[in-house]
Design a binder for this molecule. Structure first.
Ligand SMILES: Cc1cc2nc3c(=O)[nH]c(=O)nc-3n(C[C@H](O)[C@H](O)[C@H](O)COP(=O)(O)OP(=O)(O)OC[C@H]3O[C@@H](n4cnc5c(N)ncnc54)[C@H](O)[C@@H]3O)c2cc1C
Length: 507
């Protein structure tokens, strides 16, 4: 096989439409892979100067470290430019009335804790997260998950970030353009589609006609290419995930400074949904995710203001509508949708940016496949993309349907039999009697598998029996004491980041 032949079967040009987190993460990841492979493919990103990005998406999962490292953005740069803080777990409050439990990122030690987990039931009364997660215990002392001397993106414990999504997209824009991504500011006014169902060009309000071998639709909920131009319908998951609105606020530390900058996302169940509380370096982000069927926008905003207290009077509230659902195909012809244009599942487990990471990496690794065998590539991509959505849909659904709350019409509907995802039904019956096992999660490289399910199911005190002998949980006290003596507190780590940034020459 000679070089000219390979070139003939190559994706020569990629046009990314949209400049939110999806657009800039995808453009940067594709560009980094293309450059490393020494291919001449061009990556162009066009974004509207008028349509704002969604501006939320502040909590991530640990794979974000691999993605940003793959892109080449230094960790110190991320921490400074997106004012990121560490996230080591989600703390779920009131998902059963008056209770709290964690979904941490650390994994329990196998196999010597297997027996203790197998014997764990709701009756033993102890907190599962405290018994099996070092991160849960460290969160009480606000300990950072890594030492300042650890290599970039590597921690003493698994971690992700809370970050400012708008600032991250801005930083990735500058970073990507410096590495060869071509950038245009224009509104796409028309998408031309050939009789064979391929996009032939996109027209801008600047009078330009843009063409590419592959179009990446990152236009957010508008889904201007895949949804509108190619007419790929949306499949709704509203039956399983009832929430369809959010009201959000930013709380600058000048307005209200919390005692600590938390290393976790706080997710508190509310009357008609749940509420997030996320701490960044100079502000908090709070939001109430709710179902419009059970709560009005005004009542949701009032509830969020009540939570925040009197100082919230000065803060602006943003209202966002969304649907939990996915396009029936993510990739059709020469157009693949990444981000909200493809689909969205309500943000309870911070999976939005993960879908983007997954899609961008999969597309990058399939560019040659696509050039050689487009139809098989598109079919296969659609399959794995669907499987991923189904997997995460099931995991989020689990949080609701295992709740014992029945105190409001929302909670009665969210826990009703018809809200249970079919895929979960059999396993939920089994999990009443036993903890999950590895055989409950077929398939490699899942984002949420046995450990995550254990933390939710035992956190919700769902596993009832059979009653066994009292299990001996592992002794984590040595690990906790060692980590507390070796790792800095979260604020101390962030102060070092800010000091290092101030000492660097501007530019
Ligand atoms: C309430 C809520 C909370 C969330 N929380 C989280 C979270 O905690 N963690 C997480 O990972 N994810 C979260 N997400 C998801 C996350 O916000 C998105 O996945 C992420 O921001 C990607 O958005 P996007 O880039 O696809 O779309 P957008 O940010 O909407 O960007 C769309 C882009 O397309 C451009 N555009 C649109 N139409 C045109 C046109 N005609 N011509 C040119 N350009 C155009 C716009 O200008 C913009 O640049 C949340 C989402 C919601 C709704």
């Amino acid at each position: 096989m000679g070089i000219p032949e390979q070139r003939a079967g190559m994706v020569q040009s990629i046009l990314v439409v949209g400049g939110g987190s999806a657009g800039w993460i995808t453009a940067n990841l594709l560009n980094a892979h293309i450059r490393r492979a020494g291919r001449p493919t061009t990556v162009t990103l066009v974004e509207s100067p008028d349509i704002p990005t969604i501006g939320v998406g502040e909590a991530t999962v640990p794979t974000i470290r691999r993605t940003l490292s793959d892109i080449g953005l230094p960790e110190q740069d991320l921490l400074t430019s997106a004012e990121a803080t560490f996230k080591t777990l989600i703390r779920f409050r009131d998902w059963n009335p008056g209770e709290s439990y964690d979904h941490p990122f650390d994994r329990r030690q196998r196999p010597h804790t297997d027996a203790a987990v197998r014997g764990w039931t709701a009756q033993n009364g102890q907190a599962f997260d405290r018994a099996f997660s070092t991160l849960t215990q460290l969160a009480d002392f606000n300990i950072a998950p890594k030492s300042p001397h650890a290599p970039p993106y590597r921690g003493n414990f698994p971690y992700a970030y809370h970050l400012d999504a708008i600032k991250l997209a801005k930083r990735l824009s500058k970073f990507g353009q410096a590495r060869g991504i071509r950038h245009k500011l224009a509104n796409i006014t028309e998408v031309k589609v050939s009789p064979e169902g391929q996009i032939s060009s996109v027209e801008t309000d600047q009078g330009e006609t843009l063409t590419a071998d592959l179009y990446v639709d990152c236009t957010g909920f508008r889904s201007a290419l895949l949804g509108k131009a190619l007419d790929v319908p949306m499949k709704s998951y509203a039956k399983y995930l009832l929430c369809d609105r959010a009201v959000t606020m930013r709380v600058p530390y000048e307005v209200y400074k919390p005692e600590r900058i938390l290393t976790y996302t706080l997710a508190t169940a509310r009357e008609a949904g749940w509420q997030w509380d996320i701490n960044l370096q100079s502000r908090r982000g709070i939001g109430y995710v709710y179902s419009s069927q059970f709560l009005s926008d005004d009542a949701a905003e009032a509830a969020l203001r009540r939570y925040e207290g009197p100082h919230s009077d000065t803060l602006e509230a943003r209202h966002i509508k969304f649907t939990s659902g996915k396009r029936e195909m993510s990739w059709k012809g020469n157009c693949v949708a990444v981000g909200l244009s493809d689909g969205f599942l309500e943000p309870l487990e911070s999976s939005g940016l993960y879908f983007i990471e997954f899609a961008a990496l999969a597309v990058a690794s399939m560019l040659e496949d696509y050039a050689a065998a487009p139809e098989a590539t598109v079919r296969y991509y659609n399959r794995i993309s669907n499987e991923l959505f189904q997997e995460i849909l099931g995991f989020i659904n689990l949080h609701y349907v295992t709740s014992k709350r029945r105190d409001t019409p929302f909670w009665q509907a969210a826990t009703a039999d018809e809200a249970v995802l079919d895929d979960l039904r059999d396993r939920l019956e089994l999990w009443k009697r036993r903890s999950p096992t590895q055989f409950d999660f077929p398939g490699a490289d899942r984002l949420f598998a046995q450990d995550s399910y254990e933390f939710i199911l035992h956190g919700m005190k769902y596993v009832e029996g059979p009653a066994g002998t009292a299990p001996m949980p592992p002794d984590l006290s040595g690990m906790v004491a060692k980590s507390r003596s070796e790792l800095p507190e979260h604020e101390a780590f962030l102060a070092l980041v800010q000091k290092a940034a101030a000492a660097r020459p501007a530019g």
